[in-house]
Design a protein around this ligand. Structure first.
Ligand SMILES: [Zn+2]
Length: 325
């Protein structure tokens, strides 16, 4: 292992790949020196995405620096972190059994490390920011899906082939709705953005009144999770019932994770959590009352403070971990 040199700038080129957007960052320690966002366009293929990422990096004046130490990639999965090969990624259609590792390495002439976005988010939380130094930490993202990253005894828990951390499919409501992969009552199926929409549509079918639509079918189909959250803030009883159910589901999911892992910190991020930030106090109270008695006096759960930068910061920490430990 090389020694981390504080006098040198240890710059990392960090890529954050999601189903819709890809972000490119030049990062030094926890400082993002430059960031660019481009569309992922997964339908154009993984090679095309890798070429466009390389192009953005090569155009950056920082590329001429001799202090770039490596490339880190944080990506939607599932992905095998050892090989960087995708395994049927639901939001990156056509990328199954493929990796962008060799192409990035060839184009940019730097070593490449790849990891699953939620796992790297957890890694970033343990190495920089408020939870720096924690050895046992869970990161949960509640967004279009619900995913998780696990750090145990300071190490990333990735499973046999990179499939660990799918906390979205633990049971939170036995009479709940099904998720995309058809398990009943799971965290993702009952607390994600699409779940909020599904709950709204099923209530409308029951004939319930709401300010969300004026009975036009196209309006009903275009209801968004954001609109439901906003309507609940405006006092719409229909929407408030949905949000209350979602809050209970989130609390149940987080309680189970605390019970199983006993982390020093359980961090929550993602778009739905961002939208429900104003209800965090209620979520904490529910977790304290539903988790094991050891949490009655308080639960170590927090909202992430890294926002949208967490992917780039996680990718950077993956490079540092591999180079400097
Ligand atoms: Zn599920």
């Amino acid at each position: 292992m090389q020694k981390f040199d504080n006098n040198l700038k240890n710059i990392v080129i960090a890529f954050d790949i999601g189903g819709t957007n890809m972000r490119v960052g030049f990062v030094e320690s926890s400082t993002i020196i430059s960031r660019t966002t481009i569309s992922t366009l997964p339908e154009n293929g993984i090679e095309n995405a890798a070429e466009r990422l390389s192009e953005v990096a090569l155009k950056n004046p920082l590329m001429s620096s001799s202090n770039i130490v490596g490339i880190g990639v944080s990506t939607a999965g599932p992905i095998n972190p050892k090989t960087g090969v995708y395994n049927h990624p639901p939001n990156l259609h056509g990328w199954h059994n493929k990796t962008m590792k060799p192409l990035l390495k060839k184009n940019l002439d730097l070593p490449v490390w790849i990891g699953h976005d939620a796992t790297l988010a957890a890694l970033a939380e343990t190495r920089i920011g408020r939870h720096k130094g924690t050895k046992n930490l869970i990161y949960v993202t509640i967004s279009t899906g619900v995913g998780g990253g696990i750090i145990a005894d300071g190490e990333m828990v990735t499973g046999a082939t990179g499939g660990a951390g799918e906390v979205g499919h633990i049971l939170v409501r036995s009479d709940g709705i099904n998720c995309n992969v058809d398990c009943t009552g799971c965290f993702e199926g009952n607390a994600s953005g699409p779940a909020i929409k599904k709950l709204a549509l099923s209530k409308i079918k029951e004939g319930r009144k709401t300010i969300l639509h004026k009975n036009k079918s196209e309006e009903i189909e275009s209801i968004t999770p954001e609109a439901v959250i906003l309507a609940s803030i405006k006092g719409d009883k229909f929407s408030e019932e949905i949000i209350m159910t979602v809050i209970e589901n989130i609390a149940q999911g987080l309680s189970s994770l605390l019970n199983i892992f006993e982390p020093e910190a359980l961090i929550v991020g993602g778009g739905v959590m961002k939208g429900l930030k104003h209800r965090w106090g209620e979520i904490v109270k529910l977790v304290i009352s539903t988790a094991l008695p050891r949490y009655r006096t308080g639960a170590p759960i927090y909202i992430t403070e890294m926002g949208d930068d967490i992917g780039i910061l996680g990718a950077t920490q993956l490079v540092y971990k591999n180079l400097y430990g």
